[in-house]
Every structure is written in C-alpha cells, then in structure tokens.
Design a protein around this ligand. Structure first.
Ligand SMILES: *Cc1c(COP(=O)(O)O)cnc(C)c1O
Length: 228
C-alpha cells in the first residue's frame, strides 16, 4: 500500500484546487475513514497529521479508541438504537442521524450535547439510509426538545456509479437543504456543515460546498479488499 503521507499530499492538493472552484469559501476537514484498515494503519494516519478518524461499527470504534488518544472521532455508519449506549459518549460527531427513535435514544443516553449530522437520502435510492428531502424540515423541528442533540449539519452519500452531473446534483441539493435549515435559525440546529464526498467524489463535493469529506480507500486504503 502507498504511504498515507503520500496519499495525503495528493488529496490536500485536490482539496485546495476544489476549494478554489467552490463559491462558498468554506473550510474543509478531511476525515480518514479507517473502518477497513488495521490499528497500525490508523496510527500511520495520525502520524501523517490526520486527527479526524471515521468508523462505522461500534466494535471497530471501541477497539481503536482503546489504543489511540487525541483523535476526533466520527461515527459515520448506520447506528442501531440498541448500540447507542456503547458509542455515544465517546464520539465527537455522529454523521448518521436518520430517525426519531435514534434521536430519542441519544437524548436519553448522552451525557453531553452530541454534534449530529442529519443523513438525507437525496438521490432517493432504496439502498440508502437517510430521510427523504421532503421529510427533513419536519424531522429537524421535532428535535427541538432534545437538549442532547445539536444538528451541526447534513450528510449524504451520492449514488456509487453515477455520472458526474448526477453526483453534482445530489451534492447541490444537499447544500440547498442545508441553507434552508440554517435560515430557520433554530438554536439547536445551526446546520452550517455539510458532510459529503468520499474517495471517488470528494472533489465534486467540495466544489459544491462540503465542509467534511469522508475518505477511506484513497487515503488509508482498504486492507479487507486486498486480503481477498
Ligand atoms: C466507507 C465509507 C466512506 C469512505 O468510502 P471510500 O470510498 O473508501 O472513501 C465514507 N462514508 C461512509 C458513510 C462510509 O461508509
């Protein structure tokens, strides 16, 4: 596998170029998605200077947290309600708030306010988790009394093998939704951030306003694929 530091150099260059194209002048945080790599490879990411790490399973998160200190932890996958208790007080961001039952459980189990991205299924694909765009505003308003939840932004995943224009449209729509929510000026939902873009589409996402990109394969690789 290529060294993470070399991958990062290339990615940082792409991020800089994409930010120049974006009309939003946003800051962009690169999250290293380490779900498919070992602890050693995750430590290599930290040594390369990446402090934001993303995991999508409670087991993987907990295992890495036992060995790594000083990281900012992002939970990026579907979170089962019964597993909330296991992770909610050890993460900094949840990227997958997608239903009221999950919000209720977080509100019950969290000791402090949790920064959440509400996941939206912009493309409308059946296989994707997330709220439909037309359910979003009502959902966010329904969180008003949950004092442990802060909606920092929205998250989406673009269709995997779509044309560039189709991917761009998905990201553009999420940006518009984010602006609509922010305009409501709800104290519990500042909604300034956009979590969108993965290895194959992060430059498009940044051009359309992403502030957090979640990069696995292109940055740290995928050891489970290589083992196959
Ligand atoms: C795995 C995963 C990523 C990273 O995907 P790559 O294509 O490897 O960059 C990003 N976001 C979510 C939600 C994921 O599950």
């Amino acid at each position: 596998m290529t060294k993470i530091i070399d991958n990062l150099k290339q990615i940082n260059q792409q991020v800089t170029d994409a930010k120049r194209v974006s009309s939003f002048q946003q800051d962009v945080t690169v999250i290293a998605v380490t779900k498919a790599v070992s602890l050693a490879r995750t430590q290599e990411a930290l040594e390369a200077g990446i402090l934001d790490l993303g995991e999508n399973r409670p087991e993987g998160l907990v295992a890495k947290q036992q060995e790594i200190t000083g990281a900012t932890w992002h939970y990026i996958g579907t979170l089962q309600t019964r597993k909330v208790r296991q992770v909610i007080n050890s993460i900094h961001y949840l990227h997958s708030l997608d239903r009221l039952s999950l919000a209720t459980e977080i509100n019950k189990r969290a000791e402090q306010r949790v920064k959440c991205f509400v996941q939206v299924n912009v493309s409308g694909e059946d296989s994707k988790h997330g709220l439909a765009a037309n359910e979003l505003i009502a959902f966010i308003k329904s969180l008003a009394d949950m004092d442990k939840i802060e909606v920092v932004g929205l998250m989406t995943m673009a269709p995997l093998d779509a044309e560039e224009q189709q991917i761009r449209n998905v990201f553009r729509e999420l940006k518009q939704l984010q602006q609509q929510v922010a305009a409501l000026q709800l104290p519990f939902a500042p909604c300034k951030e956009l979590s969108m873009g993965m290895s194959n589409d992060y430059t498009i996402a940044i051009e359309e306003g992403a502030t957090y990109v979640r990069i696995g394969t292109a940055l740290v690789g995928n050891e489970s694929e290589e083992a196959k």
